[in-house]
Design a protein. Sequence first.
Length: 132
Amino acid sequence: GAHRFSTASDLHYSFPGESYPVCIFFETGILGGLLAMWILWRICMDALRAVRAVSDPALRGPLIGMASAILAIALMSFSGPTLYTTPTSYLFWSFAGLAYKIRDLAKRKRGGFLMRRTCEARSATATRPCLS
């Protein structure tokens, strides 16, 4: 009902008490837990690779801050329900998406195969030149 968690003693049922990996392994089994940990590891590694991929100092500073926040939240998830709480989970997934997109844009700006092909295809049909 509306007053399901009405007393302070009932509030501990609304959050998982273990760490994030323990909850994931419990909810999804060994295969799901390993997959979730691999995704968490991959997000952290992609954030660090994004820092190394960007040479622009205007982007590198904020990206270092985002990568630090991603790593801190990922490490904190081993000690409590960090990724289950709304503010930190929103921050984690937003920063992870931004870091991934910045890394992707830095790869394209360096003249990767995909960007050259797109520009060649556009220059044949478009009236404006492709900005790469």
